[in-house]
Design a protein around this ligand. Structure first.
Ligand code: SF4
Length: 379
């Protein structure tokens, strides 16, 4: 395969690289061409598909590229997807989309680092993101990077293994396994993809592509309906007509943690534990809880599944209950307390009390309406 074609295929897997932007710039394709001409309709459809995959799967699928035309479509679909998310202007979607692109690129990169040219790609990515990296002498699996760069990119990784105290630090260099370094690169990719989003797209352009944005908004709406605003599934009713898992009755501390998770903000371990234990106690399934964590920048499905399962008491371990208000306060997780909080010692008691209050209010309202109906019949 000619070099230019190989390069195009490489860039379509990492369309956020500076070389990819340069390629698009030098191709002579204008924004007007991209959004309006029939020649680029596949790139536009694929751009929309990238976002829909991000909404539904939390990851943009990497295509199998078999032709030059397909590589170009894939490459051009990336700037179009950025225009689409910008026109929609939903902060949550921007984060989810950026994270989904970064995850897909991470997986591709991780797979590539098993090949013979793996050191080249590691150096290419490091150079792109301004990180100095060195393979340790005689080692193919261990690298080291400057402590400053490590801190910058590992700041959002919450797992203990990323803490500096748990890593070998020598002469200002942090040692990592190659695969861990690729995870650090994922952080750099996420930063790059998210940078400048949402773009300031003129209204007439957003108007011209409204057919695509409307489809995406519908998909987003569906997802929200299914998983609720706090980002998870609920919806079956108890005999009393109330949602058994009713997020509107959650205590402020839990709603706060959920909204951070939904926004892709990194949440401390103690808060993750609290929210997971709480949700298990009110009846969410492990899968529903894992879905909530999908927006986290350091989401790793296997690890999350293991941790949620552990809190749930799978495989014979003890099932944990949610921490009390006193413990929540100790860890700085008691946020937004209100007048109901004054009456309870535990977030689960808050939930039960709030449900009762809601049920009482609903009965009173039903009583008032039936009285009104009777009065109307009499009149
Ligand atoms: S008082 Fe308890 S229920 Fe209320 S916000 Fe604090 S921890 Fe949550």
């Amino acid at each position: 395969m000619e070099e230019a074609a190989k390069e195009r295929i490489h860039l379509c897997f990492y369309p956020f690289l500076s070389a990819a932007s340069k390629y698009v710039e030098e191709s002579g394709i204008t924004l007007d061409n991209l959004i309006r001409t029939g020649a680029f309709r596949y790139a536009r459809s694929r751009g929309k598909e990238r976002i829909i995959e991000a909404i539904n799967d939390g990851k943009v699928r990497k295509q199998v590229i078999i032709s030059n035309a397909q590589a170009e479509t894939e490459l051009l679909s990336y700037p179009f997807a950025r225009i689409l998310v910008s026109c929609i202007g939903d902060e949550h979607l921007v984060r989810r989309y950026a994270l989904s692109e970064a995850k897909a690129a991470y997986e591709k990169l991780l797979a590539s680092t098993g090949s013979s040219s793996d050191t080249d790609i590691i150096y290419e990515m490091s150079e792109e993101f301004g990180i100095r990296v060195d393979f340790l002498p005689g080692e193919r699996e261990q690298v080291q990077m400057p402590f400053g760069d490590y801190l910058r990119f590992a700041a959002n990784l919450r797992d203990k293994r990323w803490k500096l105290v748990n890593r070998g630090l020598e002469k200002g260099e942090v040692k990592l396994r190659k695969s861990e370094f690729v995870r650090i690169i994922q952080e750099a990719m996420y930063e790059r993809i998210k940078k400048d989003l949402p773009l300031d797209v003129p209204a007439d352009i957003c108007e011209a592509i409204s057919g695509y944005t409307e489809d995406i908004k519908k998909e987003l709406e569906e997802k929200r309906k299914k998983f609720g605003d706090a980002g998870f599934g609920f919806g079956f009713e108890s005999g009393s007509g109330f949602l058994v898992k009713d997020p509107s009755c959650f205590p402020p501390c839990i709603s706060y943690i959920l909204s951070n998770l939904k926004e892709g903000v990194n949440v401390p371990h103690s808060a993750r534990f609290a929210v997971t234990a709480f949700l298990l106690n009110v009846g969410l399934t492990e899968d529903e809880i894992i879905e909530i964590y999908k927006n986290s920048p350091d989401f790793d499905e296997d690890r999350t599944r293991y941790q949620v399962g552990h809190i749930a008491g799978d495989k014979g371990s003890v099932r944990y209950t949610a921490p009390s208000c006193a413990t929540m306060r100790t860890y700085g997780n008691c946020i937004g307390n209100d007048e109901v909080c004054e009456k309870i010692p535990h977030p689960l008691s808050y939930y039960k009390l709030k449900l009762k209050m809601k049920m009482k209010m609903k009965k009173e309202q039903q009583g008032k309406s039936s009285q009104k109906e009777k009065d109307e019949k009499i009149l």
